[in-house]
Design a protein around this ligand. Structure first.
Ligand SMILES: Cc1cc2nc3c(=O)[nH]c(=O)nc-3n(C[C@H](O)[C@H](O)[C@H](O)COP(=O)(O)O)c2cc1C
Length: 143
């Protein structure tokens, strides 16, 4: 069993895309060490992130993330144990929908292909469905 959390939040005004990338370099290294995987979508100054891994590690990380003042209004969209780990190779994939129209278009294509690469069992899981519907709502509302 893995433990999964999906949440949404709002980036502070001064948390620039460059700073987000730098934060993620560190986060990926830490996630790898703790066997945590997931993805993060950034669109219209909002984040949706999914983290999956061992329960204790996820609980600890989520506590840190909630207390991180680079973002605010953290809302939990899903928190539960799950059998499937979706995209289990990614220490933290990032999709940025907050650049110009070219950036948005290429992120959209990538997002579609990410959803495609999930296997049948993963696609049927609640984690996948909650992630997919919330991410689609987010990018449609801000673009
Ligand atoms: C939107 C957002 C997403 C984050 N995602 C991760 C993550 O996936 N992994 C991680 O280790 N830290 C992540 N962080 C950073 C954590 O909040 C925290 O700063 C970090 O885990 C502390 O690591 P340290 O104790 O090694 O300095 C994220 C922060 C924000 C604002």
């Amino acid at each position: 069993m893995y433990y999964s959390v999906i949440y949404q939040s709002k980036a502070q005004d001064n948390f620039s895309p460059k700073d987000i990338e730098l934060m993620l370099i560190k986060a990926k290294r830490k996630n790898k060490k703790h066997k945590i995987t997931g993805c993060i979508v950034y669109s219209g100054n909002k984040f949706i992130q999914m983290i999956q891994g061992p329960k204790q590690e996820i609980t600890d990380l989520y506590k840190d993330i909630k207390a991180d003042n680079r973002h605010f209004s953290v809302i939990t969209l899903l928190e539960k144990a799950s059998k499937e780990k979706i995209w289990s190779d990614w220490s933290m994939a990032m999709l940025n929908f907050s650049g110009g129209s070219k950036q948005v278009m290429s992120s959209r294509i990538l997002l579609e292909s990410y959803f495609e690469t999930a296997n049948k069992a993963e696609k049927k899981s609640e984690v996948f469905e909650v992630l997919r519907s919330n991410v689609l709502d987010l990018i449609n509302e801000s673009n």
